[in-house]
Design a binder for this molecule. Structure first.
Ligand code: CO
Length: 223
């Protein structure tokens, strides 16, 4: 896919510098003064989902955390550190969890092949698939993958809202809003899959939705 070798990345960097300076000779001076991003982006590591590029933002506008399948895992010290810094120090007003259609991580979680260590990481996606088994079973493979990508984002939004960091920020300043989005690699478009959430009342809507899925699963298991 890539037409770049390693040397061309450095050449590309120099071109970037030249272009920025041509547009604004003080661009890097301003950038060096510090960052005040309004957004924290939690997205997939997939090379096609470049947060700044697909949202028309530039350096300094978005604090970013990425991992495979854009998961919010309560014991992930990396994610929690990024979240705490973004919410408490940078005081971002928005946290976006953005999944994407065609996600290899979600597809791997749906399958039965072993991927070694990665299986442990993707376990959370398998749990989401199980919670929504009845809804997902009625879909063909393509639709099932698309729906699981959406459900996975909703689940991560729920996980995010339950963190101590977000709960405390909501009590103190009713921010950040948290958002669940899905990017479609095939069209380039982003669509929200949750409303804007900045408190437990809105969170309950997400949780209620999830519990409905879990109840259906439990009922099925009891049969
Ligand atoms: Co992905």
């Amino acid at each position: 896919m890539s037409t770049h070798d390693i040397a061309s990345l450095l050449a590309g960097n120099r071109l970037f510098v030249a272009e920025q300076l041509a547009a604004d000779p003080r661009y890097f001076e301003h950038l060096a003064e510090g960052q005040q991003p309004d957004f924290l982006w939690i997205g997939c590591s997939d090379s096609r989902v470049s947060p700044n590029l697909i949202t028309g933002t530039g350096p300094g506008e978005m604090f970013v955390h990425r991992n495979i399948a854009n998961l919010v895992v309560q014991t992930d010290m990396n994610l929690l550190s990024v979240l705490q810094y973004a919410v408490e120090v940078l005081q971002v007003d928005h946290v976006i969890v953005c999944g994407h259609h065609g996600c290899g991580g979600v597809r791997a979680a749906m399958g039965s092949h072993s991927h070694g260590l990665l299986d442990n990481w993707l376990r959370a996606v398998k749990d989401t698939e199980l919670h929504h088994a009845i809804e997902l079973e009625g879909l063909d493979e393509t639709a099932r993958l698309r729906r699981l990508v959406e459900l996975n984002v909703i689940e991560q939004v729920d996980n995010l809202g339950k963190t101590h960091i977000v709960q405390q920020a909501w009590r103190q300043r009713a921010r950040p809003y948290i958002h669940g989005w899905v990017f479609d690699v095939a069209t380039g478009c982003i669509d929200p899959v949750t409303s804007m959430i900045n408190g437990n009342a809105a969170m309950h809507e997400v949780c209620r939705f999830q519990r409905a899925g879990r109840r259906a699963t439990a009922a099925k298991e009891a049969r």
